[in-house]
Design a protein around this ligand. Structure first.
Ligand SMILES: Cc1cc2nc3c(=O)[nH]c(=O)nc-3n(C[C@H](O)[C@H](O)[C@H](O)COP(=O)(O)O)c2cc1C
Length: 259
């Protein structure tokens, strides 16, 4: 029997009525920020954060979110270390490293590298070590930390934003035509409940860019890095009506691509 549609308003304290809160199943998949840090006293730390994403690409910038630890009654160690030292490293978690990633989620005061059974590889620009088993690692310097107050202790969130200052990619994960081999790496991502996914399928689809916006369009697609001069050269000063008419005709398939 099909269940009735669900509508509820969290600010009013309303719940879904389901046996498990479905919220975390909606904004998915969440890539895993497998974050290594080193404390101000020199102890290494490793932990996964699925509230994690890319913020920007020029310059490359990423962020992870640590929720207040109910156990320790303060910010997660990863956040404390990043705040005190200004550095962290992101390690790509994959299907092959899933058990190690999970083992590193222990809220320990100790170094989780040996607990997870992964190998430390030295970083080149920052102090925290990298997970040698990961196909890609990003060395980061903290840009800023934003604190969001929560409704509960665990709801308090520290958003740690970091500039990527060095990038490591294992050669075996580069395809003959120079792309990152996503299917070989099988990056891991978190869904709701205790569910995960690993990337096993990809397909291509290009954005419908404006006619004279191939430069920034390509940059977004990762195809070509553009200088500011190139980006500004694409600035289109034609009247708005002319551009709207052109877009309309293009939608109707009556205009062939100019660039
Ligand atoms: C897949 C996965 C994703 C997680 N995502 C988060 C998260 O986004 N934020 C968070 O605070 N804790 C998250 N956790 C729990 C932390 O990994 C855990 O609290 C960890 O021990 C924190 O370590 P730290 O105190 O050494 O930083 C996650 C755990 C797992 C297994």
């Amino acid at each position: 029997m099909t269940r009735p549609d669900i509508f509820y308003e969290p600010p009013k304290g309303e719940k879904s009525g389901l046996p498990h809160d479905p919220f975390k199943s909606f904004v998915i998949p969440r890539p895993i920020g497998w974050i290594s840090t080193t404390s101000s006293t020199g102890q290494d730390n490793l932990a996964p954060f699925s509230q994690f994403t890319n913020v920007s690409f020029d310059p490359p910038t990423i962020m992870f979110v640590g929720h207040q630890s109910v156990y320790k009654r303060e910010s997660k160690d990863s956040v404390v270390n990043a705040r005190q030292t200004g550095e962290f490293v992101w390690n790509m978690a994959t299907f092959d490293t899933r058990e190690a990633m999970n083992a590193s989620a222990l809220e320990s005061w100790n170094d989780e590298f040996p607990i997870a059974g992964v190998t430390k590889a030295p970083s080149r620009v920052v102090k925290p070590p990298r997970v040698a088993e990961s196909p890609v690692q990003l060395e980061c310097k903290v840009h800023s930390i934003v604190r969001i107050q929560g409704d509960s202790l665990v709801g308090h969130s520290d958003i740690v934003i970091g500039r990527v200052v060095a990038i490591h990619v294992k050669g075996e994960y580069i395809t003959p035509d120079g792309l990152f081999d996503v299917l070989k790496a099988a990056p891991l991502a978190r869904l709701g409940y205790h569910q995960y996914t690993a990337i096993r399928e990809v397909f291509d689809m290009k954005m419908p860019f404006m006619y004279n916006d191939t430069v920034s369009g390509n940059t977004l697609g990762g195809e070509k890095g553009a200088s500011d001069a190139e980006l500004y050269a694409t600035k289109d000063n034609r009247p708005l009506e002319e551009k709207q008419q052109e877009e309309l005709e293009r939608m109707q398939g009556t205009v062939t691509k100019r660039n």
